[in-house]
Design a protein around this ligand. Sequence first.
Ligand SMILES: Nc1ncnc2c1ncn2[C@@H]1O[C@H](COP(=O)(O)OP(=O)(O)OP(=O)(O)O)[C@@H](O)[C@H]1O
Ligand SMILES: [Mg+2]
Length: 419
Amino acid sequence: MSTQVHILVVDDDEVTCNLLDEVLSKEGYAVDRALNGREAIGKGERTLYDVVLTDIKMIGVDGMEVLRAYRQKSPETIIIMMTAFGSIDTAIQAIKEGAYDYVSKPFKLEEIKLTIHRALEQNRLLQENLLYRQELITKYKLENIVGRSPLMLQVYKTIARVAESRSTVLLVGESGTGKELVARAIHFNSLRAAKPFVAVDCGSLAETLLESELFGHVRGAFTGAITSKKGLFEEADGGTCFLDEVGDISLTMQAKLLRVLQEHEIKRVGGTETIKMDVRIVAATNKNLEEMVAEKKFREDLFYRLNVVSLHLPPLRDRGEDIPLLADHFLRKYAAENKKPVSRISQEALDHLLLYRWPGNVRELENVIERAVTLSHSSIILPEDLPRRLRVEPVEAPPAFSLRISHCLNWKSYTFKRY
Ligand SMILES: Nc1ncnc2c1ncn2[C@@H]1O[C@H](COP(=O)(O)OP(=O)(O)OP(=O)(O)O)[C@@H](O)[C@H]1O
Ligand SMILES: [Mg+2]
C-alpha cells in the first residue's frame, strides 16, 4: 500500500475499541480511536479518514450524529456502523443517510475486515471510473460544441435533459450540422459515459453486412463465417449505439431494428439464442422520416420508437452569429495542429464567410478554415485564402441577408483573440 488507509474506530466501550485497533493495525491500516461521538467528530476536523467505524448507540452524541457530521464535512469518508443485535431499523436509517454498510454486534472480526476491504475496493473503482469519465467528458463535454445562437442553446438544453435518461433520441439535421458530435455529447454526459459509444453508419453497408455487423453471427451462419462474432449491439452493452443515416436502412432491417427497440434483445445471425442487451440508441438522419413514413418507405412504428425525443440540428445559415465563433474555433485548432502562427481572420474574409449559404454546414466551414490556415502566408486569413465559391457575390440575396449585413456591420471591429 503506497499511502496508508486511515481508519477511525468509535465506541464508548474501551475493550471493543482496543480490540478493533489491534486487529485493524495488524491488517496494515493506520488506526485512531475515539471513545465518544464528540471526540469522533472533533478528530474528523483534523484528519481525513478513509473509513470511520462507529458504534450507533453511545451516550451523548451517538453514531447517527457522527454519520451526519462526516457526511457533511467529509463526504468521501466511508462510514460503517456497528449496531447492537435487534436495532436493524436504525442501521437501515443509517444506510439511507449515507452509511456504506453496517455490522451487527456481537460481530465477527472477519466480517469487519471484509466489509472494510470491500468498501475500500468499491471506492477505488469509483475513483478510477470518475477519472476515466472525466477524461472523456472533457473531450466531448458540451463546451466542445461551439455556438451561442438561441437555436444552439435549445440544443444544449435538450442534450442536458436527455443525457441522464435512457430514452432513444433521434437527431435530425442536414449534412455537417454536428449530429455525430451531439450523439457523442449525449453519451459522454450520460451515466453510461464509462461504457462504450459505438457508431454505425447504416447508409454505407449492404443489408446483409449491416445485419451481421449489428447483430453478430454464429459460426457457419454464412460462407466465410468461420468463427462466431459479437455484433455492435453486444459491443455497446451498457453504453450507447449511434445509428447514423438510419433513414437509409431497408424495410427488412427496419423490422429487425424495431424488435431490438421493443424487446431489448437480439439474436445473432444464424443463431437461436436470444441475448438480452442494455443499449441506449441514438439515431440520426438527414432525411425527412415523416415523409418517408407517408410514402411507406419507413415503418411508422419504428419511427415512433426512434422519435421518443427528437432533436433538430439547425443549419448554419440559420445561425449566422455562430459563424465567427466557429471560424475562430477551427482557426485555433488548425493553426495549432499545423504549427502555423495564424491568429485571426480579416474583416473582409469574415464578410465572405457571413454571406455564404453553407450547404455543407459546419463541416464545410471547418474544411474552408483548415484549407485557409494551410494556404495562409501571414498571420491573418485573407479573402484570397478562401475558396473561389465563397468570394463570388450571391446572385440572389439569401433570406437572412439583411440580418447578416447588420452583423457584418456590428463586427467591423471584431477581431479574433490571439491563441
Ligand atoms: N457546433 C459545433 N461546434 C464545433 N464543431 C462542430 C459543430 N458542429 C459540427 N462540428 C464539426 O463539424 C464536423 C461535422 O460534424 P458531424 O460529423 O457531427 O456532422 P453530421 O451532422 O454527423 O454530418 P453528416 O450528416 O454529414 O454525417 C465535425 O468535425 C464536427 O466536429
Ligand atoms: Mg454524421
